[in-house]
Design a protein around this ligand. Structure first.
Ligand code: FER
Length: 343
């Protein structure tokens, strides 16, 4: 059992740490060393904030068991939260990349290293770059030493284009444009692609088109069945005659797609893209995914030359059940690839 004075000393220490972090965060400019120091401080504060000590200190404060004159900003409900958010905003850079007149909005986040590999992250159908499970996946990649670029693709998020006019060809074109942009960034040692569901399919397709530019792939529940279903006349549970493609088709969330989406999907062959990609691939799939069959990932894992398949127990298509399990699977697999890149 810890004594009252130990508890007070702990709170004083974290309060001081928070004040120092705040001062660094508010200062006009920071050296790389100060930035690293700030990151370490915030990591320590975050560990306290999500741990048992903070909860106990918070409860004792609520119950009036702490000295009245004790400075305790660190125990306010969102003191540390706000600090972490402000820091995140500082390390994020909004970028707009043009693809033949269409603006693509993206968020670049870099670890401290002066040079590092970059993962381009592609969201799924009707999703965006800011969905929490994609943000979490990118955080895990940065923990492994990679920079990340989360991109809103055609007709999605903040990027240009109408949802109903998006096709896999447009997403492929977008991804190639982002690859060209990324190649020109001086900090980038090597390029990787990652994606979820339809974004995972797109990443795999572009991997097969540009195996010379794309070093590796991190695919979460890639929707490898979209072309197969489009050929069979089925899209998200809606049936159509594959030989008479309709002008438009209803999808989810009250959104309608032009028939061109189907025409494009019908002519895409995932196996070709898989066979053309020799690099390392991590395939993650939730065991309880009821949108994209686990079987598709099992077949792809066998077909890729250098693939690790991780089936996550209890996880669904949207990777919102056990974020830590997903993040650890990514950073554990990816870490050995950091720092080996040469441009
Ligand atoms: C489909 C199956 C899966 C489909 C899209 C998806 C548009 C993609 C889901 C996702 O990206 O989460 O038939 O058709």
């Amino acid at each position: 059992m810890e004594s009252n004075s130990e508890q007070i000393q702990r709170i004083v220490n974290y309060e001081t740490l928070m004040e120092q972090a705040e001062a660094l965060l508010r200062s006009e400019s920071r050296s790389a060393a100060e930035m690293a120091q700030l990151r370490a401080m915030l990591r320590e504060l975050e560990a306290y904030y999500i741990g048992e000590d903070w909860r106990r200190d918070f409860a004792d404060d609520e119950a009036g068991r702490l000295p009245r004159d004790l400075k305790r900003g660190v125990l306010s409900e969102d003191g540390i939260d706000h600090l972490l958010e402000d820091f995140q905003a500082l390390t994020q850079e909004a970028v707009t990349i043009m693809d033949d007149g269409i603006p693509l909005c993206a968020v670049l986040e870099r670890p401290e290293a002066e040079k590092c590999p970059l993962v381009i992250y592609l969201h799924g159908f009707t999703s965006s770059k800011d969905r929490p499970h994609g943000v979490a996946a990118c955080k895990a990649m940065r923990e492994a030493g990679f920079a990340t670029l989360r991109v809103d693709l055609y007709g999605h998020g903040e990027s240009g284009g109408a949802f109903r006019a998006h096709t896999l060809h447009k997403w492929i074109s977008n991804t190639l444009a982002v690859l060209r942009w990324a190649q020109a960034q001086p900090f980038v040692t090597e390029l990787w692609l990652s994606g979820h569901s339809q974004g995972g399919l797109t990443a795999a397709l572009v991997g097969g088109m540009a195996p010379d530019l794309v070093h590796g792939l991190i695919l979460r529940a890639p929707a490898f069945m979209i072309p197969r279903c489009a050929r069979a006349g089925s899209l998200l549970g809606n049936r159509f005659d594959p030989a008479k493609v309709p002008a438009s088709i209803p999808t989810i969330k009250g959104l309608t797609l032009d028939g061109d989406y189907l025409r494009v999907a019908q002519t895409i062959h995932v196996e070709d893209a898989i066979d053309r990609f020799p690099g390392p691939v991590l395939l993650l799939h939730g065991e309880a995914d009821d949108v994209v069959p686990v079987r598709d990932s099992e077949l792809a894992a066998r077909r890729y030359r250098n693939c690790r398949l991780v089936i996550l127990p209890g996880e669904t298509h949207h990777f919102d059940q056990r974020p830590m399990q997903m993040m650890e699977a990514i950073s554990h697999w990816l870490r050995p690839f950091a720092g080996t890149g040469s441009k």
